[in-house]
Ligand binder design. Structure first.
Ligand SMILES: [Zn+2]
Length: 264
């Protein structure tokens, strides 16, 4: 009898240890279960849509239909892709009304944006006050981008103010040389033209972990955006941000006069 009791106790301790470990190890889905509910969108989910709690209803946004995406990314032929409910440019979200979403999810999307500042402004535009922006962004140190220079905030301001077409060719050149490792100038030019004509979605901008945090801090300082960082979490080779759209940001209200006012 005592032996059975000891064995049951040991199993119970093991079960609790497993539960505690599970809770302590945050991942994308656990964070989603804490922060997401209501109705929202996920941009660019492709083969890896975020697992969300039952209380969250997601519509998937992409710039192409599923069949067009398969042509664009032949490497994903055999993978199951998320259905595309809304065909739209995830950077501008022109088809989505202001203040209509409880959450916006964009995993590994910001680095594909030609104009990341404008993209964040649009994410916030479609969120309701109190809505949640769920972002994960790869740390370049752990990807094929590791040889590339970090995108400076000043460069992103330039893309925002002048429009990203002025730097498009430079980004493709950077990609072809530092990611695809092409060395021959004719080969480089041919490949740049090919990627641009196919409208291939490269990583236009890259960051390491601290630079990503800095990007949002500077965005808060330089633009009067209603964003409040609720969580910044290193998740292996990426960082996850939870950002709340929040107009009554008391912490920043004392310095708001010093910041540029940006109308959303
Ligand atoms: Zn750029």
């Amino acid at each position: 009898m005592q032996k059975i009791f000891k064995s049951q106790t040991r199993n119970l301790v093991k079960d609790w240890a497993k539960i505690i470990m599970r809770v302590r190890r945050l991942d994308r889905a656990t964070i989603a279960s804490i922060y997401l509910d209501g109705v929202g969108i996920e941009i660019g989910a492709l083969h890896n849509p975020l697992r969300v709690p039952l209380s969250a209803k997601v519509r998937y946004v992409d710039r192409h239909s599923v069949s067009e995406l398969r042509k664009q990314y032949p490497e994903m032929q055999s993978l199951k892709l998320a259905n595309v409910d809304i065909i739209d440019d995830g950077e501008t979200l022109k088809t989505i009304e202001d203040s209509t979403q409880d959450f916006v999810i964009a995993n590994h999307f910001l680095e594909h944006c030609e104009n990341p500042i404008n993209a964040v402004i649009n994410f916030l535009r479609v969120l309701r006050d109190g809505g949640i922006l769920y972002l994960s962004i790869p740390d370049k140190q752990f990807t094929f981008d590791k040889k590339r220079q970090v995108s400076s905030f000043e460069h992103l301001i330039h893309d925002y103010q002048k429009g990203p077409t002025s730097s498009r060719k430079d980004h493709f050149r950077d990609w072809v040389i530092n990611v695809e490792q092409k060395r021959n100038e004719i080969e480089i030019q041919t490949r740049i033209d090919e990627l641009i004509s196919n409208n291939y979605s490269i990583h236009y901008h890259v960051w390491a972990q601290n630079d990503i945090l800095n990007f949002f801090v500077l965005l808060n300082e330089r633009f009067n955006l209603p964003l409040e960082i609720q969580l910044f979490y290193k998740n292996g080779e990426e960082v996850i941000f939870i950002i709340k759209k929040h107009y009554q940001n008391l912490y920043y209200s004392s310095v708001s006069n010093k910041r540029v006012t940006h109308a959303l």
